[in-house]
Design a protein around this ligand. Structure first.
Ligand SMILES: Cc1ncc(COP(=O)(O)O)c(C=O)c1O
Length: 393
């Protein structure tokens, strides 16, 4: 099928909820994707971090294929061979508790909101989240999201949500009341512009939560699964949340979301109070277990730290060369933002023409979330293409 016909079908029959770049991805492997005409692109924003260990990782493909031939779906009123195993792996790598499986980040966030409401019922129901946060597109998830642009046209929104400035402890403390049930934070805000929470801030937030019986929820949908050089970003801070949400890289490309909570909290969700028909199906569990295995086997956390530092170092060199365009580099590991002096919304299109996939968020932050297994050679390759873009600005 010709590219223009594929795009035409989308335009005519798919709801127009996405701004799409003119790229039809026909094939993908590791760090690269190929378009419908065979042109190769280096992917430094693989599926918004979904393909976090690279496209079609051989282990993910193998395990998913094996599972498809055995059983594709097991309903959640029976047991499947892999769900408990995956939950155990998540808990082993995070904190003591239990896991609820669903299909996306927003669904994990919805689960977290329901969990908090049930836990605090009836006295505590307010949830405080951060300005510039992003938590997904369901009605409660956009309400939790601290960006008015996502609320526009959808009011009235559910009640009991407040937003405060990120990294500002005094503002948070002021917003807390006797009704505060939970505080939700992305340790590193992704869509909000790669804003890193300070250690001092999160430590104070944790102490506040402990003192006032408030649940601390970390949304690690984007920052989790090795992205920042630790399995979960919270590990950089020496504190643990009561609840954590996961998705994206967790499934190695397959749709999965997970709500993780300490047993004291999760026990309020009893049979009949929450469910997801597709949640934790055998194929996605097989794929997700393969992701954990690959992260360990291929020493990807080490790689993220090594190649992440190299990428930052090389970006700093570009910053010196183009100080009128690049203002600064921020982030951790391979969750990086390039802050610009200029509007950057056109840059991903220019990069696409050069054969490089990147993202722009908040108007002036170029976001790079390359696969955890990229090499220094891939960085050199990407920055060569990126410099071509900078020359055109
Ligand atoms: C931190 C965070 N939470 C939640 C979501 C929503 O995830 P999904 O698009 O899978 O619903 C996203 C998506 O970008 C995210 O970055």
């Amino acid at each position: 099928m010709k590219t223009k016909d594929i795009i035409k079908d989308h335009d005519l029959y798919v709801m127009q909820t996405y701004g799409r770049y003119p790229l039809v991805i026909a094939k993908a492997k590791g760090q690269y994707v190929w378009d419908n005409n065979g042109k190769k692109y280096l992917d430094f924003f693989p599926g918004w971090a979904v393909s976090g260990i690279g496209h079609c990782h051989p282990l993910v493909v193998k395990r998913a294929k094996e599972q498809v031939a055995k059983v594709i779906h097991v309903p959640n009123n029976y047991y499947n061979l892999l769900q408990g195993k995956l939950a155990k792996e998540i808990i082993k790598n995070s904190f003591s508790g239990t896991v609820f499986f669903c299909n996306s980040g927003a669904e994990a966030i919805e689960g977290a909101i329901k969990l908090v409401r049930k836990y605090g019922y009836p006295k505590k129901y307010e949830i405080i989240s951060m300005k510039k946060s992003f938590h997904g597109r369901t009605l409660a998830a956009i309400t939790l999201t601290g960006q008015p642009k996502y609320h526009k046209g959808f009011k009235p929104l559910p009640k009991g949500f407040k937003h405060v400035e990120f990294n500002n402890f005094e503002a948070l403390k002021k917003a807390v009341t006797k009704k505060t049930a939970a505080i939700v934070i992305e340790p590193i805000q992704g869509e909000g512009g790669i804003n890193v929470a300070t250690k001092e801030y999160l430590k104070k937030v944790k102490a506040l939560c402990n003192n006032q019986d408030i649940l601390l929820i970390f949304d690690e949908v984007q920052s989790g699964m090795g992205r920042t050089g630790k399995m979960f970003a919270f590990e950089h801070y020496g504190i643990k949340p009561d609840v954590m949400t996961l998705a994206k890289t967790l499934g190695g490309g397959f749709p999965i979301g997970a709500l993780v909570a300490s047993k004291k909290v999760s026990k309020v969700l009893t049979p009949g109070t929450h469910a997801s028909t597709f949640g934790g199906s055998p194929i996605v569990c097989a794929a997700s277990l393969a992701v954990f295995e690959a992260i360990k086997k291929d020493k990807l956390l080490l790689n993220v730290n090594k190649v992440g530092s190299y990428l930052v170092k090389e970006l700093e060199i570009l910053k010196k060369k183009y100080p009128h365009i690049i203002k600064g580099i921020k982030g951790k590991g391979l969750m990086l933002g390039i802050e610009l002096h200029i509007d950057g919304t056109a840059l991903p299109v220019l990069a696409l023409k050069e054969g490089l996939l990147i993202n722009c968020t908040q108007g002036n932050i170029l976001r790079m979330l390359p696969p955890l297994n990229i090499t220094k050679h891939n960085v050199d390759e990407a920055l060569k293409l990126f410099e071509k873009v900078l020359k055109k600005v």
